[in-house]
Design a protein around this ligand. Structure first.
Ligand code: DSN
Length: 417
């Protein structure tokens, strides 16, 4: 594979930054639950000549000539997603998870229609009705959270709220919720109040694709996802829906919200969707889940409280207040040791989001490097060691050295470096 020779000549500054970023990714431990390392094939697809092509419209009905090749690309991506998830219809054009969600709302809701979603501080997402997002600005919102004791969704409480508030749409799915989501139960709740159901599976799409998490497709009117988290594709999104919503959804994406689709990214999505249909990918997803469970257990052994007591998926929410820390301090200390995480609120957090009482960890990226459960023990111990003296630069430098040794045993993109 080339090493960006043309880029090095044309723009040494950007080339240097790309090299620096590659080193950062390779030398550290990437534990941000929403990030991953794509395959080299996906990386190559994003760099293809499809970036040169305008293709407003849909295959066979474009507003530009010369679309016969990209039509085939988009059809392939669509068919692969349909087959992988068993969906009746798929739109692969949304640029991101946020625009995927927006396209569903704009296809189905009018300003003033009520939206119900999980609140951000309980593990929901900005686009599920947060007041600072378009979703909370254009629609009145009713939020549900998690039970204070179990730190899990209380479905009876969600149903009570839904029946009382009668939202037009219920959103299920989360960004920082480590337990299985009962999509069938959400369908019952939506039916009990006459709401449409949107399942946002951005975080767990890879698990759903491989049967490691129950699928929402049989239950939800719409399913949205990003493609770059557990699904391990390029940074982007897609929407699935029942066939009766096909027209409204397609119109909402284009011309409603977007212009030309990013055909190079759609090509890379097609590659990722093909990879996701393999047995190798299923084994990879199984390892992601095993790794998260092991990370949680070893951190518990080191005295950390894990929100909800463990994990069913790829992420672990750690209550660092159990060690007298804030999420902000923990994130900063770990970053100094080249362990990348994000601070995260925990349910009923007394701290504001920019301080937070937790950190969110995820195993997709480290599992892509080939790490297994024994490696997770090392990762957990490195985290725990770093957080023993979060203000001590020399101590953190020592941990960083051990992080590099571990990272070197699981090389990332060796042909690029
Ligand atoms: N930023 C994503 C995450 O970290 O979960 C959600 O948009």
């Amino acid at each position: 594979m080339n090493r960006y020779e043309a880029l090095a000549t044309a723009d040494p500054e950007i080339h240097r930054l790309a090299q620096r970023e590659l080193r950062r990714q390779a030398d550290g431990l990437e534990l941000i639950a929403s990030e991953n390392f794509v395959s080299v094939a996906v990386l190559e697809a994003v760099g293809t000549v499809f970036t040169n092509k305008y293709a407003e419209g849909y295959p066979g009905r474009r507003y530009y000539g010369g679309c016969e090749v990209v039509d085939d690309v988009e059809r392939l991506a669509r068919t692969r997603a349909q087959e992988l998830f068993g969906a009746e219809h798929v739109n692969v054009q949304p640029h991101s998870g946020t625009s995927a969600n927006m396209s569903v709302y704009f296809a189905t809701l009018k300003p003033g229609d009520k939206l119900m979603g999980m609140d951000l501080s309980s593990g929901g997402h900005l686009t599920h009705g947060h007041p600072l997002s378009y979703s909370g600005r254009d629609f009145p919102v009713v939020s549900y959270g998690v039970d204070r004791e179990t730190e899990r969704i209380d479905y009876a409480e969600v149903e009570r709220l839904a029946v009382a508030e009668k939202p037009k749409m219920i959103v299920c799915g989360a960004s920082a919720y480590s337990r299985q989501i009962d999509f069938a139960r959400f369908r019952e709740i939506a039916d009990a109040c006459g709401a449409l159901l949107l399942a946002d599976i951005a975080h767990i799409a890879g698990l759903v694709a491989t049967g490691l998490h129950p699928s929402p497709v049989p239950h939800a009117d719409f399913v949205t996802t990003t493609t770059h988290k557990t699904l391990r594709g390029p940074r982007s999104g897609l929407v699935m829906c029942r066939k009766e919503h096909r027209k409204a959804l397609n119109r909402s994406v284009f011309p409603g919200l977007q212009g030309g689709p990013l055909m190079h990214v759609i090509a890379a999505k097609a590659v990722a969707l093909k990879e996701a249909a393999t047995e190798e990918f299923k084994a990879y997803q199984q390892q992601i889940v095993k790794n998260a469970a092991r990370l949680a257990t070893t951190l518990q052994d080191r005295g950390f409280r894990i929100v909800s007591g463990g994990t069913d998926n790829h992420l672990v929410l750690v209550d660092v207040s159990s060690k007298g820390l804030t999420g902000k301090v923990a994130e900063g200390a770990l970053e100094e040791a080249a362990i990348t995480v994000n601070k995260n609120t925990i349910p009923y957090d007394p701290n504001p989001p920019l301080v937070a009482s937790g950190v969110r960890l995820g195993t997709p990226a480290l599992t892509s490097r080939g790490m297994d459960e024994p490696a997770m023990d090392e990762v957990a111990n490195l985290i725990a060691d770093a957080l023993e003296k979060p203000e001590d630069g020399a101590h953190l430098a020592g941990v960083k050295g051990r992080v590099k040794q571990l990272a070197d045993r699981f090389p990332l993109y060796p042909n690029l470096s």
